[in-house]
Design a protein. Sequence first.
Length: 374
Amino acid sequence: MIFTMLAFIMMLGASAQDWKMVVTKADGTTVELLTSEIGDIRYVKCEGEVLPDKNVDQVIIKEIYNGGCLDDTGKKFQYDKCIILYNNCGEQAVVNNLCIGAVEPSNSNSKNKNYDESGNLVYDALGFHPIWHGVWWFQGSVVIEPYSQLVINVCGAIDNTQTVTNSVNYANADYYCMYDPESGYTHTGYYPTPASVIPSSHYLKAKEVAVGNGWTYSVSSPATLIFQVKDTDPQTWADNADNIWYPGEETSQVWACLKVPTEWILDGVEVFNASAPDDNVKRLTAEVDGGAVSLTNYLGHVVYRNVDKEATEALAENAGKLVYNYSLGVGESTDPSGIDAEASMKNGAHIVFQDFNNSTEDFHERLKCSLRGE
C-alpha cells in the first residue's frame, strides 16, 4: 500500500515533501513521517528484547490450573489451562531463555519406567529431568515486576467464559500463551487463534520431540518445571539430538523426552492425582521438589502456593492491607497462614510466598483459579 501510494505521487509529479506517511500501530497510536524523510522501507524480523538476567532465583510457580472445569451442561471442559509465575521479591526480575516443560510420565499414577531395581529415579544420579513430548519457551527476556505475576495460558488463549461460565477469560494483553503452530502443535481445540488483544510477542515458541498435535500437559497431575537454558538458546538446545532421552527401554519417538539439566531448573511442582492416592509416584527429585500437592480435577480447582506469613507481615508497606480468614481451600488442604493472598493483593499488599522446595508444605488445593476473581 505504501509503495503504491509513493508510485502514484511520482506519477502525478507531486513533491514528496508535500505528503506524510501515517503509520498506525497495533495499540492504536499513530506516527507521522514526511515521505522526504524516508530513505528505505523494508520488513525486518523483530526479535524479543534481551536484557541482563536479574533475580532469576526469585521467579517461582505461584499457581497451576490444569484440571479443567464443568461446562454449563455438566460436561468436562479441559481446554483452558494456565500456569502463573510470580516474582517473589521486592526488585524486578529478568530471565532469559526461560522454558516450561512437564516431566515424564504425564500423570503421577501412570506406570513409571524411570525407577531402577533399588527404587531410585535413574536420572537423579545423572543430573537431569526428562520432560516429555516437547518444550515451550519465551521470546526475548521475561520481565516481572516486584511482587507481581505473569500469566501463561497453556491452551485456549481466548475468553472461554463466552461458552463456559466456570472457565477463564484469557483475552488480556498482559497475558502470554503457548501458541506455535509451526512447531507441530496444531490441535485447534487446544490452540485456537489467540485473542486479538494478546500481542504476538507474547506467543511462546515450542519444539515437539514426540508425536501428536498437542502438548500433553496432564489434566490430573503434571510435574511442572520452569528452567533456564544456559550457554545456548532454547531452539538450539531442543534441536540437539544428544539431548533426547527415552524412559525405560523405550525407543519409539512416541516416548521421546528432552533432558533438562537439574542445575537449570528454577522451580518445580509435583502434582498428585487426588482420585488415585495409592498409585501416585514421584517424578521430581528431592533437590527440585521434596513433596507433592494433590489436585481434584474437572472442578475448576488449582494448586496454589501458600503465603509466607512471617515474611509478608514483616513488610512495612503491608500495614493495614492484609486480608485474613482465607476460605478457598479444599477440605483439609488450605493455606495455614490464614492470609487471603489474592484479596490482600487487591488491597495493595505485597505477598511473599513460601518456597521450601517441598510442595507438601508450599502448596494447597484451591477451589478456583485466581483469574476468575473472588
